[in-house]
Design a protein around this ligand. Structure first.
Ligand code: PMT
Length: 225
């Protein structure tokens, strides 16, 4: 979009995938490359916004002109979002955040034992960062959540997206079909944007930058409402 409709707006974007350490050499992670979140930061910047990008283990180059705060774990991402989100116009949660982390982190490399046949990991819940933002007073800040869903049936997937929007208190939910070959790491994406009244605002399929602009079109219209 060749527009400067977000001049004077402050937007926080999270991108990438969190990593939860098990020991000094291993982590539990996910396949988010950060492309979609970085595309949103890039597009918002191009449209004139002041952008804070909270970057979790990006596999792509940093976008120019953004205030970048690097994090790795879900707890670090939570602290960075909390520090950045107060009073901004919008928070866009494109990062893939681990729902669980290892209950304890070993100080030394976990060794296998000659006699063991397997290893059981104990995990504990991470905070739900978006849901916390949704529950706290956030006067005028538009909260945009994502939902990465593998459900192949369109209607069933839409129902999951609607339920997630409501559960997390987001103003908009970007429903993202994901799978072994879809969503994560690709240059293209296919999403359905769900609004506050559970309506399908729009469906977009194309380059992650086009998806980013479509999301910002909806955010921009909510901000000028
Ligand atoms: O990075 P790419 O390779 O370009 O891939 C893009 C993407 C597929 C990762 C992205 O488009 C996407 O869908 N991101 C959200 C992934 C995710 O964590 O979805 P979820 O359905 O598990 O979480 C729902 C929402 O809650 C998300 O906005 C997430 O940021 C947030 N969340 C989740 C867990 C948690 N503990 N705290 C959160 O805030």
């Amino acid at each position: 979009a060749d527009r400067r409709d977000l001049v004077g707006r402050r937007i926080v974007v999270t991108a990438g995938g969190t990593r939860e350490p098990l020991d000094p050499v291993r982590f539990l992670g996910n396949r988010s490359s950060g492309k979609q979140g970085v595309a949103i930061a890039d597009a918002a910047r191009a449209r004139g916004a002041e952008v804070v990008l909270i970057a979790a283990n990006l596999e792509v180059a940093d976008p120019a002109g953004c205030d970048i705060r690097r994090v790795s774990t879900a707890l670090e991402l939570q602290a960075a979002v909390t520090a950045a989100a107060a009073g901004v116009d919008a928070v866009v949660m494109a990062a893939a955040v681990a729902d669980y982390r290892p209950a304890s982190v070993s100080e030394s490399k976990i060794k296998k034992d000659a006699s063991d046949s397997g290893l059981t990991l104990e995990l504990v819940r991470n905070p739900d960062i978006l849901a916390e933002l949704g529950r706290a007073p956030h006067d005028g800040t538009i909260l945009v959540g994502f939902a990465a869903e593998t459900e192949p049936d369109d209607d069933a997937r839409l129902a999951l997206g609607r339920a997630k929007r409501a559960a997390k208190g987001a103003d908009l939910l970007v429903l993202n079909r994901v799978g072994w070959t879809e969503g994560f790491a690709n240059d293209e994406n296919a999403v359905t944007i769900i609004g506050r009244d559970d309506t399908v605002v729009t469906e977009v399929h194309g380059a992650k930058l086009s998806v980013a602009d479509a999301i910002l079109d909806v955010v921009g219209s909510l901000l000028t409402e």
